[in-house]
Design a protein around this ligand. Structure first.
Ligand code: KMH
Ligand code: ZN
Length: 312
């Protein structure tokens, strides 16, 4: 069994690399917008902030550490939230590019994608007539023909250099059942030590679908593989976000929201901010009788090194 979530950890993934500026005017793009929305999400109840950067001029995904620095410092000054830097970056970046920001800033947490896969949003391109920037259409259409690369060697490299080398612990992103077994391989190899934070992801085109039965199956598989050694979290992509998280919370999951994963607040209603999604899931959790974890609760549960040991 996953460790029971006595208090639910809310992660907020603030901007990501999947959505593009045309898709929502509320998607934070500049460092100032990312900082402002991340701080508001933390104030609303997110204990963990999962962060990507974007080019301040045209909003395309960026792996430039200098851009990350512009929002990491203000977020750290304004909140005590756990900062989680992506190692997934975007599917267009090389592994070295993806790793430059986390290796430089040595955060308490980083994402770690547990397998190579198709990862596509290309059907969305058909619905958009006018794009704000020239890069967006080929970027979105091009996801039909990309492989999101996360080989065993890539994962081992991240575990060694960022995990062992920097004391960073991971949000293990598992998009399908095989990814749980990949994680078990690294546990067996002694490269990962409990408690693990496993982000099970549903509804990405290329990963497992957002059916409630799959949530149960992923959880039961994780229980078989990891017993009491893990904390379970759930991410539902797009319109499945809130219903799937509600379903999963009732089974003891922690939850992830944010405009990286969904641009909506409810059916046909755009989310005007990340904080709006945090407040909504918080309201649902509290109505169901759950308490929301503070950043300090999350640090203790996930055995994080503490904010004093990051390099920003
Ligand atoms: N947007 C998530 C489904 C990463 O940052 O490492 C993928 C993600 C990847 O969060
Ligand atoms: Zn991400």
């Amino acid at each position: 069994m996953a460790k029971t979530a006595d208090k639910v950890i809310i992660t907020c993934a603030v901007t990501g690399a999947i959505h593009t500026p045309t898709m929502s005017e509320h998607l934070p793009l500049t460092p100032a917008q990312i900082a402002e929305q991340a701080i508001a999400a933390a104030e609303a109840g997110a204990a963990i902030l999962h962060l990507h950067a974007r080019d301040p001029v045209d909003g395309r995904p960026s792996a430039d550490p200098a851009v990350f620095a512009q929002f990491l410092e203000p977020i750290k000054a304004a909140t005590d939230a756990v900062i989680n830097i992506t190692t997934g970056g975007s599917t267009k970046m090389t592994l070295a590019e993806r790793l430059a920001p986390p290796l430089r800033f040595k955060p308490e947490m980083a994402s770690l994608n547990m397998g190579s896969m198709n990862f596509s949003i290309h059907p969305v391109a058909e619905k958009i007539k006018h794009w704000k920037h020239d890069w967006e259409r080929p970027y979105v259409e091009g996801t039909e023909d990309i492989i999101f690369r996360n080989t065993f060697r890539d994962i081992r490299h991240i575990l060694k250099d960022l995990g062992e080398g920097c004391g960073t612990r991971f949000e293990f992103e598992c998009y399908d059942v095989g990814h749980l077994y990949n994680l078990a391989h690294f546990v067996d190899a002694g490269l990962v030590r409990p408690p693990f934070f496993i982000q099970t992801i549903f509804g990405i085109l290329g990963g497992i679908g957002p059916d409630p039965a799959n949530v149960t199956f992923m959880r039961e598989t994780a229980n078989r593989l990891f017993g009491n050694d893990y904390h379970w979290s759930v991410l539902g992509a797009g319109r499945h976000q809130m219903p799937l998280l509600t379903h999963a919370a009732l089974q003891g999951a922690n939850v992830r929201v944010g405009l990286e994963d969904s641009l909506y607040l409810g059916r046909g209603q755009m989310a005007t901010s990340n904080a709006a999604q945090v407040l909504k899931i918080r309201r649902i959790l509290e109505e169901l009788g759950y308490e929301v974890a503070t950043p300090e609760d999350a640090r203790q549960r996930l055995a994080l090194k503490g904010i004093a040991h990051v390099a920003f």
